[in-house]
Ligand binder design. Structure first.
Ligand code: NDP
Length: 477
């Protein structure tokens, strides 16, 4: 099998490789992917540093053309890349293709942003002096991504980094290198000059840590766990560098007595279980007022009967496998913890056997949960959710906000009063009314509050806050 190599200083290199395994069928090897060493990573950082002066001054039309071509190729190959995504990560083919399309749209959006770079001119408060405010690239940007969105998250970090004139050292999660390799290959063929984008696949503790420790990485954008995010923060403070963190969530979905039951059930099943619950915006706390509680739980149980958990690539599959053995263990450990804590496992939670060996788990729904249980406080990151029964809207809102996280928050209601109040008072970066907590647009800001995020927002035009630095220039007329 050929090795998909790292891209360092414009050369494809690396002979030490690991296998990328399909979680729907552990006998299926998706490919061999190189692992960068500490030295490789240092070379990549040096290459990005050397490429920065020219790229930061490159014409906006050159950047536009490269990002545009990349978007076109990703969209033209959506079925093939979506299939690769589903094969390496385990989300369904429809979800894999959907995510791939989104990655194409993100490159398309930032291709456009290259042509919309803007500044401001203002009169000075002093006579005969002009003031110009411009945005300049930050320098070498380190990009560290998780396994759960193998093409969208790399896209929403790489596209703006390049658009605004930065050079990049990119480390994808070791578990899912396939889509990352593919988009780097596309970008290079689209005409990216040597050294502007460097791909260093490999272990976080080696490659990622070398990036954190380097004084030549001027900014780091990270998505992943809270623990690793903390490391990124501490190292970045040490080096006085800009950093941006997107981390965990424990997103609430509130269902009020006046909710449309069908809307509430669909949004809950989607939020909690689609993409195997492995979304930072997934909801794992469903907070339900007592007037609708029993009908709602019964309807969710009924809906789950028609949900098919199987091979991600099979037609008819609604939920693919868990990504790997260690995530599966984490999920089943929490199912055990929930039962020991006194919650009732109302549906699912059992390991499933399918035609191929994979990490299949039936979506698990707890009832009779309280908000102080570990299953209500800690991110599980699998198809496991807990229903918390409450008296009224006021109690629901208070429990929704009683969490260390603050990424996304949802409500099902037909009351304008409650929807409006919730939008204003939910302590989260994103609020959804009668919609799942997950599922966001690519052209508007993405990010959270409290323990979920740090730094400015990602995506849309708000991305320029992270990928640029502001300069204020004064000129005597
Ligand atoms: P990790 O934090 O383990 O990994 C994220 C990335 O960091 C990976 O590329 C990993 O490398 C790398 N990494 C690990 N150790 C270090 C280190 N010492 N220095 C630098 N980089 C390092 O998270 P997972 O990939 O396991 O993702 C799951 C978690 O991410 C979940 O808990 C979820 O909450 C969170 N998440 C949050 C999202 C959000 O937008 N808020 C989105 C997606 C996930 P490697 O894995 O190759 O070792």
């Amino acid at each position: 099998m050929t090795i998909h190599q790292n891209l360092i200083a414009g050369e494809w290199v690396g002979s030490d490789a690991i296998e990328n395994i399909n979680p729907s069928n552990t006998g299926d090897v998706v490919g061999q992917y190189a692992r960068a060493s500490v030295e490789d990573t240092k070379t990549a950082i040096a290459a990005a540093k050397a490429a920065f002066p020219a790229w930061s001054r490159s014409g906006i039309l050159e950047r536009h053309a490269i990002l545009r071509k990349t978007a076109d190729e990703i969209l033209a190959r959506k079925d093939e890349l979506g299939r690769l995504l589903s094969r390496e990560e385990g989300k369904t083919l429809a979800e894999g293709i959907g995510e791939t399309v989104r990655a194409g749209q993100i490159f398309d959006f930032f291709a456009g942003e290259c042509l919309r770079l803007a500044g401001e001119t203002l009169p000075s408060v002093r006579p005969n002096i002009g003031v110009e405010i411009t945005r300049e690239p930050v320098g070498v940007v380190g990009i560290i991504t998780p396994w759960n969105f193998p093409i969208a998250i790399p896209a929403w970090k790489i596209a703006p980094a390049l658009c605004y004139g930065n050079t990049v050292v990119f480390k994808p999660a070791e578990l899912v290198p396939g889509c990352s390799w593919a988009i780097v290959d596309i970008l290079v063929r689209a005409g990216l000059p040597k050294g502007v984008l460097n791909l260093v696949m490999g272990k976080g503790s080696i490659v990622g840590q070398t990036m954190l420790d380097s004084p030549d990485v001027n900014a780091i954008t990270f998505t992943g766990s809270t623990g690793t995010g903390r490391r990124v923060a501490l190292a970045s403070v040490e080096h006085n560098r800009k950093y941006q963190l997107e981390m965990g969530g424990k997103n609430p979905f509130v269902v009020l007595d006046d909710a449309d039951l069908a809307v509430a059930v669909e949004a809950t099943v989607n939020s909690a279980f689609f993409s195997t619950g492995q979304r930072c915006t997934a909801s794992s706390r469903v907070i339900v007022t007592e007037g609708i509680h029993d009908r709602f739980v019964a309807a969710v149980g009924e809906r789950l009967k028609s949900v098919v958990v199987d091979d991600a690539l099979k037609a008819g599959t609604h939920i693919g496998p868990v990504v790997d053995q260690s995530q599966l263990k984490q999920d089943t450990d929490y199912i055990e913890i929930g039962q020991k804590e006194g919650a009732r496992l109302a549906f699912g939670g059992e390991l499933l056997k399918r035609d191929t060996p994979g990490f299949y788990l039936a979506p698990a729904l707890f009832t009779e949960a309280t908000n102080d249980m570990r299953i209500s406080r800690e991110e599980i990151f699998g198809p496991v959710a807990a229903v918390i029964r409450v008296k009224d809207y006021e109690e629901a809102l208070s429990i929704a906000n009683d969490t260390p996280f603050g990424l996304s928050s949802g409500i099902a209601t037909t009351s304008l009063k409650h929807a409006t109040h919730f939008k204003r008072n939910a302590e989260a970066g994103m609020v959804m009314v009668n919609l799942p907590t997950a599922g966001v647009d690519f052209h508007v800001p993405f990010g959270g509050r409290k323990g979920s995020s740090h730094g400015s927002r990602e995506q849309g035009k708000y991305a320029n806050e992270f990928y640029t630095t502001v300069k204020t220039a004064y000129t005597l007329a």
